[in-house]
Design a protein around this ligand. Structure first.
Ligand SMILES: [Zn+2]
Ligand SMILES: [Zn+2]
Length: 442
């Protein structure tokens, strides 16, 4: 049996197929009403029966007195629905175990999970996205618009094509869909390779191309980098002054254009060595001139590289340095490259505009997610967000991703020129946002 299926059984998610339970996300420490609605004839509630609801909070402490860990209440359905009124304490997952006594026997109806959130996180919504991916306009396999559709098909809410030294492909991805209603947010972007600099930098969302600026103004670029270099204090041995100054200049330039600058895959193994020396990476993580660190990259193909990126991040955090993170597939093909969809970023943001995504990532409201086919999902980042993301990946995103799958396929139909694709996309418009509104309590 597939390991993900085993995991599904362990976490009892199969019950969720028979009942709609909402809201799933509620504010912590205030009263909420959770509705349990049977979806099919075989799981209808008996109007005359009494149902026992036992609420267990995941973070609850062990009681040495042998008291029950949890809260139990008995309810009768009304109009075929069970309504559980409860004050969910703290920021954590709660499991509602529902059972009924019939013919003298206790029968389990289901175990349903909901999550209570502190205000800052409750005001934000989770979105999945790809911030670093290639099209055939550099060394990828498919057109930019194909890459965008493929990203929607696997459940992403936002993306940018970030071709090597090329900004135009990302614009083309967006332009292709300008006459059609889609919910995927497509942003501009590029992967920047500065002259004589080995560090790869992604420009996500800036309103101009840094690669083009450097190419068109080589002298101005050199003078600007030199000015930065002159203002840098002593550097550790092994950190090249020009290279570091060029990175600082580049991240600043990205910010000036309204974008997010990503320090990419330092432990990517290329030509039998790491892309960036550990001493340089260490200095970068300490000084944090970038907006986000690519904690997971190269889509899990180079497992060692990702582990080293994570280990280096953990060491810096142990020293008290906060580091903003993203995870990116860096895929060079959506169908043939093994990494597509294996790594991505989940942001907790106030909206889906580039400003919202930037704000979330820069304020450490993001996690890097790894989903290698056939393996359970793994989440990296701050503990609080990892805990929440694991809940969402089990309880919210499967439905969200199902809707995205339809839309992604319609986007592919649209670029193939199929007649009804635009009309069907229009009908699908807003469905992921509606799903979110359904699950988040008002
Ligand atoms: Zn790269
Ligand atoms: Zn790349």
């Amino acid at each position: 049996m597939d390991i993900t299926r085993v995991y599904e059984i362990l976490r009892e998610t199969y019950y969720r197929r028979y009942y709609d339970v909402y809201p799933k996300l509620v504010p912590a420490d205030s009263e909420s009403v959770v509705k349990i609605v049977p979806l099919y004839d075989h799981c209808k509630f008996d109007e005359d029966a009494e149902y026992e609801v036992k609420i267990t909070s995941m973070d609850s402490c062990h009681s040495q007195k042998g008291e029950e860990r949890g809260y139990t209440t008995v309810l009768k359905p009304s109009n075929g629905i069970l309504e559980v009124r409860h004050c969910f304490e703290g920021e954590q997952e709660h499991v509602l175990l529902i059972s009924v006594r019939s013919n003298g026997e206790e029968k389990e109806i289901g175990a349903f999970s909901i999550y209570s959130l502190k205000d800052d996180l409750y005001q934000r919504r989770p979105y999945k996205g790809e911030l670093h991916i290639h099209s055939n306009l550099s060394d990828g396999k498919e057109s930019p618009e194909y890459v965008a559709a493929a990203c929607r098909r696997i459940g992403f809410d936002f993306m940018a094509v970030t071709d090597h030294k090329a900004y135009q492909p990302s614009i083309r991805a967006k332009e292709t869909y300008k006459d059609v209603d889609i919910d995927l947010k497509i942003f501009p972007g590029e992967e920047i390779h500065l002259p004589g600099v080995e560090v790869h930098i992604v420009n996500f969302g800036a309103n101009y191309s840094i690669s083009q600026y450097v190419e068109e103004n080589p002298d101005k670029y050199m003078a600007e980098v030199e000015a930065v270099a002159n203002n840098i204090d002593d550097l550790p041995a092994g950190v090249d002054r020009y290279e570091y100054a060029a990175c600082v200049w580049c991240f600043k330039k990205i910010r000036e254009g309204g974008g997010l600058g990503i320090f990419c895959h330092p432990y990517w193994v290329y030509e039998r060595r790491y892309n960036v020396s550990p001493v340089f990476t260490d200095y970068m993580l300490e000084k944090h001139p970038f907006d986000a660190y690519e904690l997971l990259g190269i889509g899990g193909i180079q497992v060692d590289s990702n582990m080293l990126q994570v280990a280096h991040y953990n060491e810096q955090r142990a020293k008290g340095n906060q580091i903003a993170i993203v995870g990116c597939s860096d895929a060079h093909g959506c169908e043939r490259d093994v990494s597509f969809g294996w790594v991505y970023t989940m942001v907790f943001s106030k909206g889906l505009e580039v400003e919202d995504i930037k704000e979330a990532i820069k304020n450490y409201y993001s996690v890097a997610v790894e989903k290698v086919p056939g393996c359970p999902v793994r989440v990296f980042g701050p503990w609080r967000l990892v805990k929440y993301a694991l809940f969402l990946l089990r309880e919210f995103f499967p439905k969200h991703d199902g809707l995205c799958y339809e839309e992604g396929n319609l986007m592919l139909k649209y670029i193939r020129g199929e007649d009804d694709a635009a009309q069907r996309l229009k009908m699908a418009k807003g469905q992921t946002a509606r799903l979110m509104n359904h699950y988040w309590s008002k």
